[in-house]
Design a protein around this ligand. Structure first.
Ligand code: MG
Length: 276
């Protein structure tokens, strides 16, 4: 199934997405995935609504967002790093989530904010000490994400919490799907329509089963948790008014816009942050 999350007068809801006449539409409301108690479920038929009309929300409600650093050889090299011999993980806070079409706020504290297009994995079942053989059975589905990074702060801090953790630094969506397998997905990132990253998940240094085994040997993964699987080569800076798009085959395109924090009034910032 392909599903998305959208606001209604009753509160956020999840909906099944199907393609009708070449357009993706929400055809029915579905119960919230486990661990998403913020969502309501009103069981009634709905008029088919296109994803554009629905003003989508981030289709996840994670207790944590676990990210893999340097999982593509060429990306490790482009930043002058060694290709890692073991899996490297870090966390982004759930407060960094951003909806499709939402505004990435460039913080005043940073002079260099980069995009990182990535395949995101949504966990469907509680998972601890998974073996590689069973790892993919814990996955609910896949979606697109942008591991937005304040590169200067990541470098100067040494550890990555601040550089990776600002509000709006984890755009995700538009839909979650379990109708694809993760082994060979094309991933492209565009800025203002210009191709900047082109990768394929077959070039992962560490396979997804290996990543799930590794993370779940450290921390229990809960339903709704998100894993960002690393970015291919071609990362680069964003600037104000850029449009950044992450596209993955079989999923779709995640589009976001960039604004400088200082250019917005505090109420505009509050409004943007309220839509996750
Ligand atoms: Mg990344």
């Amino acid at each position: 199934m392909r599903y998305c999350k959208f606001p209604t007068s009753d509160g956020p809801q999840y909906g099944e997405v199907q393609t009708q006449h070449g357009e993706e539409v929400i055809v029915r409301r579905i119960p919230p995935p486990e661990e998403d108690r913020a969502c309501v479920f009103v069981e009634e038929e709905m008029q088919p609504t296109t994803l554009g009309e629905a003003r989508l929300l981030a289709p996840v409600n994670p207790s944590k967002i676990v990210c893999v650093g340097r999982n593509y050889r060429e990306h490790a090299k482009e930043l002058g790093n060694e290709v890692p011999v073991d899996i490297l993980i870090f966390l982004k806070p759930p407060s960094s989530l951003l909806a499709p079409e939402g505004k990435i706020l460039m913080p005043k504290l940073s002079q260099r904010v980069d995009y990182e297009g990535e395949l995101a994995v949504v966990i469907g079942k509680k998972c601890r000490n998974a073996t590689e053989r069973e790892a993919l059975s814990f996955v609910r589905g896949y979606t697109c994400a942008n591991d937005v990074t304040a590169r200067d702060l990541q470098k100067s801090d040494g550890q990555w919490t601040r550089g990776k953790g600002f509000d709006t630094f984890c755009p995700i969506g538009p839909v979650v799907t379990d109708e694809i397998s993760p082994e060979a997905l094309d991933l492209e990132t565009r800025v203002n329509g210009e191709l900047r990253q082109k990768g394929n998940t077959r070039d992962f240094i560490f396979s997804l089963p290996a990543v799930i085994r590794y993370i779940s040997s450290v921390m229990t993964l809960l339903p709704g948790d998100v894993i960002l699987t690393g970015t291919p080569a071609g990362v680069g800076p964003l600037k104000e008014e850029d449009r950044v798009q992450v596209s993955i085959s079989g999923i779709g395109t995640l589009t976001n816009f960039v604004v400088a924090e200082g250019r917005w009034t505090s109420s505009e910032v509050e409004e943007a942050l309220a839509r996750k």
